[in-house]
Ligand binder design. Sequence first.
Ligand code: MN
Length: 289
Amino acid sequence: MNIGCHALVWTGEFDASGIRSAAARTRAAGFDLIEYPLMDPFVFDAAVAASAVAEHGLAVTASLGLGEATDVTSEDPVVVAAGEALLLRAVDVVAEMGGVHFCGVLYSAMKKYMQPVTARGLENSRRAISRVADHAADRGIRVSLEVVNRYETNVLNTARQALAYLEEIDRPNLGIHLDTYHMNIEESGMFAPVLDAAPHLQYVHIGESHRGYLGTGSVDFDTFFAALGRVGYDGPIVFESFSSAVVAPDLSRMLGIWRNLWADGDELGAHANAFIRGKLLAIDSLRLH
Ligand code: MN
């Protein structure tokens, strides 16, 4: 099982030096995986990332949220095609980095919608995601759809909605990505959604209710980790935290990161790594009970 960190804990700039320093600091904090945000996969330097993660012995994954001009739930075929092209390129970036996981809000734009998704928009999304999954399967990559809160998509807000979405797309490498920050807003609890999603659960984000230090907010991590243990989850578990101390302009603004919740990413990361590994260690002992 790989315990990882989202690269925005370290830097908001993903030029070559940002890519390299994020990998070095991820390793220094004790993690064994780095997740790079691919807000623009057409400019992200996959070769630099591949060499940085190899140098530090890290596994690598990538995530993104689509924008308005690339929204695959749009009813405009030009916008849907642009979204699909971006997702296909992102899959290639993951392959070029040597990764096997691609995740995030891939099935719609990541934004506050002012109306529900339309039947046609949902169909466009499913068609694009099917082709992205097939493209990824050819490269040995799993695609995981992140379930996020109502202010960030109108398509998948709960694990059971994700199951319904997947029912109509039968792809063995396509699965569900749960995030404790979003679950804490939308789900009825932290145990049942993990059990429901388990057969398709491929990726996990660990975030606190205010997106700051783990254990200082209202997320019930004990129940969530107990659920992961109960279903025998062994995929990536990736820490995600955002503060106005580190800003990637598009992503930070979309996520509403207006406050400074921490100043030192290295201290924060080391704390999160110890927090996650401590929970997993304790839960593992339940096998003996
Ligand atoms: Mn997340």
